[in-house]
Design a protein around this ligand. Structure first.
Ligand code: PLP
Length: 374
């Protein structure tokens, strides 16, 4: 038998989180997480579930009845979307312009889909003409795209044009909104998005654990009329309907504390006002962008596609990105990150999300980064 390990009390470092996520949790969210547990079928919790769903509809800008927090991280809401929408044999169109399009592909394949691609280089958005051509060539049943690509700092423009093309071909559209929800303009209903998923740990400044998902009736009709059930029992939306729909009957034990957390995080969105929140992200990240440009550093995406919540700053010649990232962590307790995949070593990824999107954080970041690059 091993002896009882001598493990000390938890004292994590006090970092400022300005990487690709998580962002700093709002203190009110952390306070909500330390309130007492109730049961997942307690009448008081049923009220909380209703409130979370209303607040989530507000934040997604949707009237979709089917709007829920999925138990798990952003990849769980992503897999719930893809695993339920994609039936074996469906043709699924996914993008190649970033890391998370690749994850969509893996999930769609596991769901039995035949994956086809619409291409664009990492660091650029999809072109509507290419999406149109891919639809004409492949006639996909499902089209997935990433609204805010965390690996490249690119915001996908012209979303209504893309959803229009998909609907003209009778396809359903899934949007990855993990790094846009609550920080960057997103209009699920007005833009014709059938299914959108997100994560709480980015622009909502909430610890990971319960991840937003919304589906319109057309998407839900497809889910409820599947010939065979999705491969995941845990994420089967027709079963989860029993808990989050009218019955409120047991499916799995909801992560109560994470539901408290997302309730508070979404309450903060409603208090600030969603449009004001988008403005704040644009303003604060705009100051960050102007400051790095004044230092002689460029951003990777063209201004038109700039994603305020994730700034992809080009690493200057002669600088080792990893060393600069380590320096700001060690000297300033400040987290930023490097590039992934095709952009590894070429960019710094500097998040400006939720509670971390504050003017004082911009000054702090610029001080630390300037010193690291000296
Ligand atoms: N999609 C995008 C665009 C993301 O940035 C992330 C996480 O960074 C995910 C999906 C997956 O979310 P998670 O890491 O919370 O599972």
């Amino acid at each position: 038998m091993t002896d009882a390990p001598d493990v000390g009390e938890l004292t994590p470092p006090n970092r400022t989180l300005m990487g690709p996520g998580p962002s700093d949790a709002h203190p009110r969210v952390l306070r909500a997480m330390s309130t007492p547990l109730v049961g997942h079928l307690d009448p008081s919790f049923i009220d909380i579930m209703n409130e979370v769903q209303d607040l989530m509809r507000y934040t997604f800008r949707t009237d979709n009845q089917w709007t829920i927090p999925v138990s798990g991280t952003g990849s769980a809401s992503m897999e719930a979307a893809i695993g339920n929408l994609v039936e074996p044999g469906d043709t699924v169109l996914v993008p190649t312009n970033g890391y998370f399009g690749g994850r969509m592909e893996s999930m769609a394949e596991r769901a039995g889909g035949n994956v086809v691609h619409v291409d664009a280089p990492w660091g650029e958005p999809l072109d509507s003409a290419d999406v149109q051509a891919a639809f004409d060539e492949y006639q996909p049943d499902v089209f997935g795209f990433v609204h805010a690509e965390t690996s490249t700092g690119v915001k996908q423009p012209s979303v209504p044009e893309l959803t229009g093309i998909a609907h003209d071909h009778d396809a359903l559209v899934i949007a990855d909104c993990v790094t846009s929800l609550g920080g960057v303009e997103l209009e699920v209903d007005d833009w014709g998005i059938d299914v959108a998923y997100a994560g709480p740990q980015k622009c909502l400044s909430c610890p990971p654990g319960a991840s937003p998902l919304t589906l319109n009736d057309r998407a839900m009709d497809k889910v409820l009329s599947r010939e065979e059930p999705p491969r995941s029992w845990y994420l089967d939306l027709s079963l989860l309907e029993g808990y989050w729909g009218d019955d409120r009957s047991y499916h799995h034990t909801a992560p109560i504390t994470n539901v408290y957390a997302i309730r508070e995080a979404l309450r903060l969105v409603a208090e600030e006002g969603i449009e004001n929140r988008w403005d704040r992200h644009r303003r604060v990240a705009g100051a960050l962008k102007a400051a790095v440009e004044a230092m002689g550093l460029g951003l990777n995406p063209e201004d038109e596609y700039w994603l305020p919540s994730l700034n992809a700053v080009l690493v200057p010649d002669g600088v080792h990105a990893g060393e600069a990232i380590d320096y700001v962590l060690e000297q300033y307790d400040l987290e930023i990150a490097g590039g992934l995949g095709a952009l590894a070593g070429d960019i710094f990824r500097i998040g400006c999300m939720g509670y971390s999107a504050q003017p004082e954080n911009v000054s702090f970041l610029i001080t630390a980064l300037s010193e690291a690059l000296e």
